[in-house]
Design a protein around this ligand. Structure first.
Ligand code: COA
Length: 310
């Protein structure tokens, strides 16, 4: 029996039960596959259920249970839409993934976040749909206990360091992030509601969002390093977002603020640190490699080689 597909959009948002079923499916797949099929942004959009510009496709079995799920979102500033797609492990190779993919826009870019065997299953699946890899996101990591030492942070005395203060820094941080990531499809489009959602997550810790500010005017942000420990109390920290104001780039602030974040994560007694970086971002990849980070895995985006017209 082919699955029944149900589309949920702004007019017909996911119900609370459906959102819970999708997140439960994602957790089950994470346990079974060993890697999460949905990224943070897609999980958050499922949990909040009716985000603008986000559509959900549910694959339902005969009893109405969610056995597969796809979510796609319109791309910012003319970028193509992006999607994530997952099928329950017990019902794979029955065409459910193919049916879900057929419900997505023709020019969609489909993420694969798996590693090892899951990554090759996703690559075979994408190839079967006629999709080719178009973008790679590298996961890099290093030990916080051993490995090459990173140099101490060196900052010009015109700068000072402090942590993010809720109620004071939201607008300035969003402006810094938007400017620093003006050419980045996901990160640059972060809005106040997205920031608020992250600040409501269990892992949110303002002490982990480190700001480099003008010493003479500490409300002026020059650079920031948002570190994250998810799950809280876990052993792995993340270089979540490093941003340097465009007019201050090229002065060593990126390296200095990265090091400040590494010092912070090490001070928490964590074992490892990981980060995600676009393969094309050569400057960032070099900075991280020089700080002792090595490739751990690669996440890929797949698309039609010549996007469908119309
Ligand atoms: C990738 C995934 C979505 C495939 O779902 P599915 O329902 O099993 O896919 P389908 O049954 O529609 O498979 C369609 C075709 O893709 C290919 N394919 C799918 N899984 C494959 C695998 N493990 N190995 C080799 N080829 C595979 C086959 O050509 C298959 O056709 P066939 O079964 O007639 O040979 C599923 O394995 C999954 O949820 N993985 C984790 C999440 C993920 O990686 N998502 C990103 C997808 S780019």
């Amino acid at each position: 029996m082919p699955p029944t597909l149900a589309v949920r959009d702004e007019q017909h948002p996911l119900t609370t039960q459906e959102a819970t079923a999708v997140l439960t499916l994602a957790e089950e797949v994470t346990r079974r596959d060993g890697s999460p099929p949905l990224s943070e942004q897609f999980r958050l959009s499922t949990a909040s259920r009716d985000v603008d510009g986000v559509d959900h496709v549910l694959a339902l079995d005969e009893a109405g249970g969610v056995v597969g799920y796809a979510q796609w979102r319109v791309g910012p500033d003319g970028e193509p839409p992006s999607a994530e797609l997952v099928v329950a492990p017990d019902v794979r190779r029955r065409g459910i993934g193919r049916s879900l993919a057929a419900a997505l826009p023709g020019d969609v870019r489909l993420w694969s976040h798996g590693s090892g065997a899951n990554a090759s299953a996703a690559a075979s699946f994408a190839a079967a749909l006629g999709l080719v890899p178009v973008r790679s996101l590298h996961v890099m990591g290093r030990s916080l206990r051993d490995g090459p030492a990173w140099p101490p942070a060196s900052l010009d005395p015109r700068y000072a360091v402090r942590s993010f203060e809720p109620g004071r820094d939201e607008d300035a941080w969003l402006a810094l992030n938007a400017a620093a990531f003006a050419h980045h499809p996901e990160q640059g489009s972060l809005r106040r509601a997205d920031l608020d959602q992250r600040m409501a997550e269990p892992w949110w810790d303002p002490a982990g969002l480190i700001l480099v500010v003008e010493a003479a005017d500490p409300d002026v942000l020059a650079a920031s390093h948002w570190t994250k420990v998810d799950p809280p109390g876990g052993e792995v920290g993340e270089v979540y977002v490093v941003a340097v104001a465009p007019d201050r780039q090229g002065q060593g602030l990126g390296r200095a603020v990265t090091v400040l974040g590494l010092d912070h994560l090490r001070s928490l007694g964590l074992d490892r640190v990981v980060l995600y970086v676009d393969e094309d971002n050569v400057a960032a990849v070099r900075t991280y490699a020089a700080l002792g980070f090595e490739d751990v895995e690669v996440h890929r985006q797949f698309a039609r080689s010549s996007p469908a017209v119309g």
